[in-house]
Write a protein that binds this ligand. Structure first.
Ligand code: CA
Length: 230
């Protein structure tokens, strides 16, 4: 079952842009544009796995929606990502006070938002990646992508390298285009400089993989593949 996200956001274009970007990652998103519609949607089942909540809504303040979510035992544990138009200290305090799991300020990059949503879904075990194999030969990556081992020796990877490796393991046997890696791992678009950054990071990762390095294959002119095709 794909994870689902409820988006409560009164800027219709923005809500749909977020929903579209999430759907590209296999995450289903439902958009509503007022706080009351949002509360109604949260009472229906199946309940979403995560709530993307705008703070400034036409009918109810986002904080009030969040408090209602936390007060209902059925939804109390639901991760909330707050979205706000202003990056003020006050909003952060409000976000923390109502127990938001993460916080983004407009204008934000949709890709960045998607990465954060995926991160939270992974941590809460709702990402489709939760069921993907995490072992490949001597290589093992934990589900949060927080640690990786080769022959049970922990690898010293940066956060970015871990995300890269976790993405490659999750789509083992598939050729991943450099453009797609940029989109999914870096959250940025391809140009000459960023494409070179992918190559450089793959090279560094390969060095750190040691005995598992041969699993990471360069597919000339296209991208990279971890493991042989099924
Ligand atoms: Ca708004």
């Amino acid at each position: 079952m794909s994870p689902t996200v409820l988006i409560i956001e009164d800027e219709v274009d923005l809500a749909h842009a977020m929903a579209w970007a999430l759907s590209r990652q296999g995450i289903e998103a439902l958009c509503v544009h007022t706080g009351r519609e949002g509360l109604a949607a949260l009472r229906r089942s199946p309940r979403p796995h995560l709530l993307l909540l705008d703070l400034m809504l036409p009918d109810l303040p986002g904080e009030e929606v969040a408090r209602a979510v936390r007060a209902d035992p059925e939804t109390a544990g639901m991760p909330i990502v707050m979205v706000s138009a202003k990056d003020s200290e006050l909003d952060r305090v409000v976000g923390l006070a109502i127990g938001a799991d993460d916080y983004v300020s407009k204008p934000f990059s949709i890709r960045e938002l998607v990465l954060r949503v995926r991160g939270i879904l992974r941590r809460t075990g709702q990402d489709r990646g939760g069921s993907r194999p995490d072992r490949l030969g001597p290589l093992r990556v934990d589900h949060d992508g927080r640690q990786a081992w080769v022959e049970d020796v922990p690898l010293d990877l940066t956060a970015l390298e871990l995300r890269l490796l976790s993405t490659l393991v999750g789509r083992r046997g598939q050729v991943l285009r450099r453009e797609d890696l940029l989109d999914d791992v870096w959250g940025t678009t391809a140009d000459e400089v960023t494409l070179r950054a992918v190559d450089a990071r793959i090279k560094a990762l390969r060095r750190k993989l040691g005995p598992a390095a041969e699993l990471l294959e360069t597919v000339r002119g296209v991208g990279y593949r971890l493991g042989t095709p099924d």
